[in-house]
Design a protein around this ligand. Structure first.
Ligand SMILES: NC(=O)c1ccc[n+]([C@@H]2O[C@H](COP(=O)([O-])OP(=O)(O)OC[C@H]3O[C@@H](n4cnc5c(N)ncnc54)[C@H](O)[C@@H]3O)[C@@H](O)[C@H]2O)c1
Length: 325
């Protein structure tokens, strides 16, 4: 059995998903739309899909069974709700948006419709991350330290705080989500952000170049996440989890895992392609009409977004923010 897939937004991330889907049996990309028609035509040439004139045209249940929404977070409109109302299964990229109220409204529509829903927190699909999660299942961390240092996205929208939400909301969200996935839920967050280098360079963008976020977790652990999208000489994305009788280090975006405890010191490296694994799970979920293979639901994505938006808000208000369970 084949499923028919539509794409809305055909930028960098969509192209990675297309490459993955082309290796999965029974996944046919049949309809594509991008505001920039050249990008849609290019994708159509590689997939044999039909180029559509609007997102609305893609979201036709006669045409597709599932849709990948890969437009940036400021450009999703009501696409997710439309897909849900029409019974079209949904894959949507992270972050889910920039307004939590709107995202919660979409979540309700998606859950009520009973469609399969998956959000692009692809690192959850790494075997190393799975192993860290299993290891922590019955252990209690007391401290978490995470960071993400690297560069900027080339697109103009990414450099505008009102369109991307900044590096924490858009990129370091993967580390926030990884913490939630392996170590439990956050209860409080406080963020501080700066623009030292961007200001010196008179950058027209409005995003911060660095952030320092502290947090508390429901189970009592505390921790911090620091991030910079202006770090040319040190690129790293790690999560470290400390307990009184163990230490876990997920390095390189989760591809590396070190576990240290009284049985010794072991290191693992993932050879998986998380985008491919994520799409494989999504296609399987759609084919079997069950949410089970999906590791990041729409509700998961909403909860990770709630943390990052609260960190931004806390910096504006100069106050820590409690997160609702
Ligand atoms: N999961 C991941 O690891 C990961 C990695 C990169 C990007 N992303 C996310 O994917 C999304 C897109 O990022 P990207 O890197 O592909 O960006 P991009 O700028 O490369 O591509 C975005 C595409 O969307 C199109 N677009 C914009 N508004 C549109 C609209 N209203 N209708 C149709 N098309 C529209 C643009 O023309 C462009 O082709 C972002 O939310 C980003 O955070 C996720």
């Amino acid at each position: 059995m084949s499923i028919r897939i539509g794409f809305i937004g055909l930028g960098d991330i969509a192209n990675l998903h297309i490459q993955g889907l082309q290796r999965i049996e029974g996944a046919d990309i049949v309809a594509v739309y991008d505001l920039n028609r050249d990008k849609a035509v290019n994708a159509a040439e590689r997939t044999g899909a039909q180029v559509m004139d609007s997102a609305e045209q893609v979201l036709d249940p006669e045409r597709i069974d599932a849709v990948y929404i890969c437009t940036p977070q400021f450009a999703r409109g009501n696409l997710e709700e439309t897909a849900a109302l029409r019974g079209i299964h949904l894959f949507v990229e992270k972050p889910l948006g920039l307004d939590l109220g709107e995202v919660r409204r979409k979540e309700k529509a998606i859950l009520e419709a009973g469609i399969v829903h998956s959000v692009g927190y692809c690192l959850r699909y790494l075997d190393t991350v799975q192993q860290a999660r299993a290891y922590l299942q019955d252990r209690k961390p007391h401290l978490i330290q995470a960071y993400r240092f690297g560069g900027t996205h080339p697109a103009e929208w990414w450099h505008r705080l009102d369109l991307s939400g900044g590096h924490l909301v858009d990129a370091a969200t993967h580390q926030v989500d990884m913490i939630r996935y392996i170590a439990g839920e956050f209860s409080e967050v406080e963020g501080k952000f700066g623009r030292v280098s961007f200001d010196r360079m008179q950058s027209k963008g409005t995003i911060y170049d660095a952030g320092a976020i502290s947090f508390a977790m429901e189970q009592g652990a505390v921790g911090s996440l620091t991030e910079s999208c202006h770090s040319a000489y040190h690129i790293a994305s790690d999560v470290k989890v400390f307990g009184h009788d163990f230490f876990i280090h997920l390095s390189g975006n989760g591809f590396g895992l070190t576990i240290v405890d009284d049985t010794g010191d072991e290191t693992f490296t993932s050879a998986l392609d998380p985008y491919f694994e994520q799409s494989k799970a999504f296609v399987e979920a759609v084919k079997t009409n069950t949410q089970e293979p999906i590791l990041s639901s729409y509700s998961d994505g909403a909860r990770t977004l709630a943390f990052t938006l609260a960190a931004n808000r806390s910096a504006e208000q100069l106050n820590p923010i409690r997160l609702s369970p």
